[in-house]
Design a protein around this ligand. Structure first.
Ligand code: NAD
Length: 475
C-alpha cells in the first residue's frame, strides 16, 4: 500500500526501501489518518548523493533567478492557503486561523530569503603590495542537513529552506514524523516554482539514526536544528566531533515582567492571547509571569477569567480558540508539571486537568503560590500553563528571571521609560518583547543566548549560516 506521506528524494516521492512506515495521528481525535515512510540508510545515501548533485546545479543558478523562484514558491503557498491550512491543523492541532498565519509567515520567509539572495555580494580589500587586492567572496557552504520540529512544522522549516536555498545550498530536511505533511507541501511548492529537484530532499525516519548518518556524512557541510535543548546539545556535540558548523534554535522559558504602572486588565488580555496561542507550544511563549504585587490581584483575576473562557476544541472547528496539544507526550508532561506544583503547595486557579478522553486536550491552566523549587519554574513547560509570581523586590525578581540556563525570549510591560531601559538592559535573553506579544518576522534576526541556541535566523543575515567566506588574494 502507498504511504500518505512519502520520502521526497531527487524530485521523486517514494517509499522507504525497507518498507517501514509509522502512523500519523490527528491530535484532536486520536485517529490515525495516514502513515509516513521511513528512510533506510540506503535511502539516506541516495538523498546525500542527489543533494550533492543538486548543490552543483542549484549554486550555478544566478542568485537573481534563485530569488525569483523562492518568491514564486511563496506565492504558490499563499494561493493554496485554505487547503494547506487543513493539512497543518489535521496533523498538528492548531486552529485553522493560526495555521493560515503560519503559512503566510512561511511564505514571508521564502520571499525574504529570495530577496536577500538578490543582494549577495562580496567586497574587494586593497592589498599592501602595489597591484595586490583581496577578494572576499561569499560561497554557498554546501549540502545542509536540517532537523525541524512539530510545533510550527512549516514555518520553522521555511526559515532554513529560505536561507539555504537563497544562499545556493542544497538541503536535506528531516521534519518531525508526527507532522510530515506541512514540509512536504512547502517542498512541493518550491519544486513547482523551479528549485532544482535534486537540491531538496525531505526524509523521515528514526531520529537518531537519520541525524547520526547525515551529520557524519562527508557530503554534509552544515547542520541546522530547531527543537529542545537536550537534543540540540547532542546534535551540536556530534557536529563538533566532525568540525561542522551548527545553527541551533532551542527552547526557552520566558520571564514576563509586568510592572505596577500598566493597566492590569488590558495587559492580561494581551498576555492570555500570547500564552495560549498554539496551546503554549511556542519557543517564544511567555511562561513565568512576574507581576508587581500592587496590581497582581487585578491582573490575575482578568487573566484567569479569560483563560477559563477560551473555547478549546478541534482546530478544524472555526469556533475553536485553542486546539489540542500536538502529542500525548505533551499532555503527560503538562499534567506532571501541574501535579508537581500542586503537591509543593501551588494553587490551581483554573484548569489543571485533561479535557475529555479523545484527543490531547488540556485545559488552559493558571497557577499561583508556586514555590521556587517547583519543576515548572525550571523546565520549559511548552504547553498551556501560566504560573503567576507576584513580586515586590525588583532585584530579587530579576535574579530569578535571569537565573535559568534558558536565554531565548523575555517580556517587559511598563510605561516608565527609565525602568523599561533598566529591565531590558538587565535581561539576559536574545529577544525582549516590550508591551506586547512576540512573533518572528523575517526582516529581523532572532536567536537565543545561553543554552537556548547558537546563531540567529532571519534578518539581513538570513543567508549567513549557509555561506562561507572565501578570501582570494590576488598579487
Ligand atoms: P524531543 O526533545 O524528543 O524532540 C524535539 C524535536 O527534535 C522533535 O521535533 C524531534 O523530532 C527532534 N529530534 C529528536 N531526536 C532527534 C535526533 N536525534 N536528531 C534529530 N532530531 C531529533 O522532544 P519532543 O517531545 O518532541 O518535544 C518536547 C520539547 O521539545 C519541548 O519541551 C520543547 O522544549 C522542545 N521543542 C522546542 C521547539 C522550539 O521551537 N524551540 C520546538 C519543538 C519542541
Amino acid at each position: 500500500m502507498t504511504s500518505m506521506f512519502q520520502l521526497l528524494i531527487d524530485g521523486t516521492s517514494r517509499e522507504g526501501s525497507e518498507g517501514k512506515t509509522v502512523p500519523v495521528v490527528n491530535p484532536a481525535t486520536g485517529e490515525t489518518f495516514g502513515d509516513v515512510a521511513y528512510a533506510s540508510a540506503r535511502d539516506l545515501d541516495e538523498a546525500l548523493s542527489a543533494a550533492t548533485r543538486g548543490l552543483m546545479s542549484w549554486q550555478a543558478v544566478p542568485p537573481w533567478e534563485r530569488g525569483r523562484i523562492l518568491k514564486d514558491a511563496a506565492r504558490r503557498l499563499r494561493d493554496d492557503i485554505d487547503r494547506i491550512a487543513h493539512v497543518i491543523t489535521r496533523e498538528q492541532g492548531k486552529p485553522l486561523a493560526e495555521a493560515r498565519v503560519e503559512i503566510e509567515r512561511s511564505a514571508d520567509f521564502l520571499e525574504w530569503g529570495g530577496e536577500e539572495a538578490r543582494r549577495i555580494a562580496g567586497r574587494i580589500v586593497p592589498g599592501r603590495a602595489p597591484g595586490q587586492r583581496i577578494e572576499i567572496q561569499p560561497h554557498p557552504i554546501g549540502v545542509v542537513a536540517a532537523f525541524t520540529p512539530w510545533n510550527f512544522s512549516m514555518a520553522l522549516a521555511a526559515k532554513k529552506f529560505a536561507g539555504a536555498l537563497g544562499a545556493g545550498c542544497s538541503i536535506i530536511c528531516k521534519p518531525s514524523q508526527e507532522t510530515p505533511g506541512s514540509v512536504i507541501e512547502m517542498a512541493r511548492a518550491l519544486l513547482a516554482a523551479g528549485v532544482h529537484p535534486a537540491a531538496i530532499a525531505v526524509v523521515f525516519g528514526e531520529a537518531d539514526q537519520v541525524s547520526t548518518q547525515l551529520i557524519h556524512a562527508p557530503e554534509v557541510a552544515k547542520i541546522t536544528f530547531t527543537g529542545s535543548i537536550p537534543i540540540g546539545k547532542r546534535l551540536a556535540a556530534a557536529a563538533g566531533a566532525v568540525m561542522k558548523p551548527v545553527t541551533m534554535e532551542l527552547g526557552g522559558h520566558a520571564p514576563v515582567i509586568v510592572c505596577g504602572d500598566v493597566d492590569p486588565e488590558a495587559t492580561a488580555e494581551l498576555l492570555v492571547e500570547a500564552k495560549f496561542m498554539n496551546a503554549g507550544q511556542i519557543c517564544l511563549c511567555p511562561s513565568r509571569f512576574f507581576v508587581e504585587a500592587s496590581i497582581a490581584e487585578r491582573f490575575t483575576a482578568r487573566f484567569v477569567e479569560l483563560a477559563a473562557a477560551l473555547r478549546v476544541g478541534d482546530g478544524a472547528d472555526p469556533e475553536t480558540q485553542m486546539g489540542p496539544l500536538a502529542n500525548e507526550r505533551r499532555v503527560a508532561a503538562i499534567a506532571g508539571l501541574v501535579e508537581d506544583a500542586r503537591t509543593r503547595g501551588a494553587t490551581i486557579l483554573t484548569g489543571g486537568r485533561r479535557i475529555g478522553e479523545r484527543g490531547n486536550f488540556y485545559a488552559p491552566t493558571v497557577l499561583t503560590d508556586v514555590p521556587p523549587d517547583a519543576a515548572i519554574l525550571h523546565e520549559e513547560p511548552f504547553g498551556p500553563v501560566a504560573p503567576i509570581l507576584p513580586f515586590t523586590d525588583e532585584a530579587a525578581m530579576l535574579a530569578q528571571a535571569n537565573g535559568l540556563e534558558f536565554g531565548l525570549s523575555s517580556y517587559v510591560f511598563t510605561r516608565d521609560e527609565a525602568r523599561l531601559r533598566r529591565l531590558v538592559d538587565a535581561l539576559r535573553y536574545g529577544v525582549v518583547g516590550v508591551n506586547g506579544g512576540l512573533t518572528h518576522q523575517p526582516e529581523a534576526p532572532l536567536g537565543g543566548w545561553k543554552e537556548s541556541g547558537i546563531d540567529t535566523e532571519g534578518g539581513i543575515e538570513i543567508l549567513d549560516p549557509y555561506q562561507i567566506t572565501k578570501h582570494v588574494n590576488l598579487q
